[in-house]
Design a protein around this ligand. Sequence first.
Ligand code: ZN
Length: 150
Amino acid sequence: MRELYQEVILDHGKNPRNFRQPEDANCEARGNNPLCGDQLTVYLKVDEGRLIRDAAFEGRGCAISMASASMMTQIVCGKTVSQVQSLFDKFHKLCTGEMEEFPQDEFTDDMEKLRVMSGVSRFPMRVKCATLSWHTMNAAVAGDNETTTE
Ligand code: ZN
């Protein structure tokens, strides 16, 4: 388990980045992971060109869910909605252990940062903690205001 809680996860879990509710957010969704008790709200500001100008979250949950949300808000900011949807697909595969190596592409740097979460692949319960914020972000851009891992 120690390997799962690497330093970077502990740091983001303790000091989550972008932990706030932006006043000008125009997309938001609530995510719920009843298995662990993680609950969070993701706020996005998406412009007319579907570019994410701001990303933030609030909520409470385990270190993995908070750290993942914190990292996600940093990574999605400045990307388009379609880019973050492709990135979510890769991140999900990383968390479930379906993909261990990633092709060199526009997301390589981001996947290197997110690789720290790959330890969850051996703990199926934890996969939902790690992917909750991404599912919630996906729901927010799709216009669904509520999502659950169940
Ligand atoms: Zn959790």
